[in-house]
Each structure stands twice: as C-alpha cells, then as structure tokens.
Design a protein around this ligand. Structure first.
Ligand code: ZN
Ligand code: ZN
Length: 117
C-alpha cells in the first residue's frame, strides 16, 4: 500500500509496512495492536512463540532475523496517519514450507547472528 510522506510528514507516496493479520506458520491472529507480532526485513510475519521456538530467529522465507512489529496508532494523531488511513491487511498468509523444511533451514542458519547472514 502507498502512503503519503513529505520530509518526516506523511504527504507524498511512500511504501508502507504491511500489517499482516496472522502468523504465517501457526495462523494465530496478529491484529495491528498485537505486541506478539514479529517481522523480518521483508515483512514476513510470525508470532513471538514461533520465532523463538520453531524458527530460532531464522525467517524461513529469507533467512533473516526478526524484530517486534511496531504498532500503528488507531487514532490519526497527525493528518493522514493511523489505521483509519492505512488499515491492516486482511489477507491471511501461510508459509509454503513444511515444519520439517523450516526446522532444517533454521538448524543450518541459527548460529549465525542476523547481522552476519
Ligand atoms: Zn505462530
Ligand atoms: Zn523473511
């Protein structure tokens, strides 16, 4: 989705973080206000439990590490911002990899820190 940004204000077209509605592995709901959502640099989205346990901080899609997903404010505290203007995605996403594929991929990469991958 495109937003609008000028300087630090949101006015010209700019790609926005896609707030996906669920964990791509276990399908747990991850609403935009969730503090349990983790993302990689490509916005692959998983719940905290999956990133810590199954994935071992290795994204199965790109091999990168995860950080907590920022919460987008509900209220437009600045004009043209917030969930009202830039709502969360409703399109659920599911991993194309099996648990076994994910585990072997993580096993290979997990001991390399994300900054060295
Ligand atoms: Zn999960
Ligand atoms: Zn990824």
């Amino acid at each position: 989705m495109l937003g609008i940004v000028r300087g630090s204000r949101i006015i010209e077209e700019k790609p926005l973080l896609k707030l996906k509605p669920n964990c791509e592995f276990c399908d747990k709901d991850l609403p935009p206000e969730s503090e349990n959502a983790m993302i990689c640099s490509y916005e692959c989205t998983f719940c905290r439990e999956c990133t810590e346990n199954l994935l071992a901080n290795v994204c199965p899609n790109c091999g990168g590490g995860f950080m907590p997903r920022p919460v987008r404010p509900v209220i437009a505290r600045r004009e043209g911002t917030g969930l009202e203007y830039h709502p969360a995605s409703k399109e659920r996403v599911h991993s194309c990899y099996s648990r076994a594929e994910i585990e072997s991929f993580s096993q290979e990469i997990k001991n390399v820190p994300p900054s060295k991958r």
